[in-house]
Design a protein around this ligand. Sequence first.
Ligand SMILES: Nc1ncnc2c1ncn2[C@@H]1O[C@H](COP(=O)(O)OP(=O)(O)OP(=O)(O)O)[C@@H](O)[C@H]1O
Length: 502
Amino acid sequence: MPNETVLDVREVGKSFPGVKALSNVTLQVRSGEVVSIVGENGAGKSTLLKILSGDYQLDEGTITLAGKEASHANPLEARDAGFRLVRQEPEIVPHVSVMENVFIGEYPTRPGGRVDFAAMRQTVTALMDRYGFTGMVGIETSGRLLSPAQMHIVEILRALKDGVKVVAFDEPTSSLTNNETEKLFALIATLRAEGIGIIYVSHRLHEVMEISDRVVVLKDGQTTGDLAIGETSEDEIVRLMVGRELSAHGFNRTEVTRDEVVLEVENLSSRWHQNISFSIRAGEIVGFAGLVGAGRTELAKVLFGEFPRDGGTIKIGGEVKTIRSPADAIKASIGFAPENRKAEGLILVRSVLENASMAVFSSLSRLGLLRHKEMVSAVTPYIRQLEIKTPSLDHDVGKLSGGNQQKVVLARWLAAKPKLLILDEPTRAVDVGAKAEIYRLIDDLAKSGMAIMMISSEMPELLSMSDRIIVMHDGQISQPIEKHDATEEAIVNLALGTRNVA
Ligand SMILES: Nc1ncnc2c1ncn2[C@@H]1O[C@H](COP(=O)(O)OP(=O)(O)OP(=O)(O)O)[C@@H](O)[C@H]1O
């Protein structure tokens, strides 16, 4: 049972130039309590976490941690006081081992100053044992060999290493499989039992309902709800987040039948794939299911010319295309919205307008020659429809919230209207309101004749949006499953390899 308040946030305010990111935010976390923070893209969740972690300074209000004033001046102070943030994209040093990564910047030393590797090994082994990570990652494994889930484990071990009082998880499950998510929930249960206060930030409301004691809703930088989980519902949370009724589940696509094949892949092979053949017709959405690491993102990147192809052909509209680079792919009328949009899709120091127009006008160097007006009219409808929160079109993309950055990359490809659009996790990190809007936009694009390849790890999204589903396992693909034959069970079995893929 939760007991004393371990974190007390009172009337916190924070402004950036032209943006009031937080205003009057108040919330408490008791020891042994899981408090989720939810809110639309740009609501202020990350800003709050960054104030708690000492990355940002607050402008107004107070924070008390374990009874002590804690408006942390820097990340080290926050750490010493017992606040830990498990980041979504952990920084991992590639050329050192897991145990060194856990201790990075604070290696234990022996008298005389030499690094005490034995102490490090002992601590990390004990932590893995205590929190159920034994066997999931080798402590001597080099940082560069870690999967996203293993990087996440390193980040968690860093947080739990010593003296933790409150730990905050920022969208922890977005790159985890179902099985890994269950393990994370078991870990959170252990931390709860140890009396640690837990903050959980997620757009996945079913997870929030499953693991929280309380949920705090932020809207436009203000707290609009603080509810005990047993006394609320997903619908109520959504209403407080977006300020209107919204059906959070499912999307009914309009059926379209077309014959014209847009994409034809024949016997494609690469470092990650063997002999892959499939096609996508105009107006069709083909969902790609599979576990993290099955080779789906790599397939998208091979098709888009980012990763090399060893053999096979790619045809668009019946013509064989030579695709050796993204520029070739764009010329062949292929668009690609990557999963990791922040790192791969955007030029952070350029404006929202430039980033969103980039594919319409095919090269950034030509943008200077274009009239501002043309760019604005090409992208504005999508910026509106996706409800991208930005003070202006000329605002640097790097200053938007994570979810809004993701939407800018989507807007770019929606505006460019390629013949084939490849979407990798199109609704990752996007809030529930925008999610429904993105489904509607994808449906509209398909209706207009675009062929869509949609990689997704969200089963409801795959099942409701796809006309056919292809499951990848270990670099190979299954026969496409028609919409009316697709079941969650069949997909999971193929993805796990418990049924034969080929
Ligand atoms: N470094 C910054 N400079 C300027 N404005 C910023 C900065 N960081 C955040 N903001 C602004 O503060 C507001 C809140 O952003 P924040 O990143 O906290 O939202 P969020 O709730 O985490 O959103 P998401 O779900 O999209 O991650 C947004 O309007 C954003 O544009």
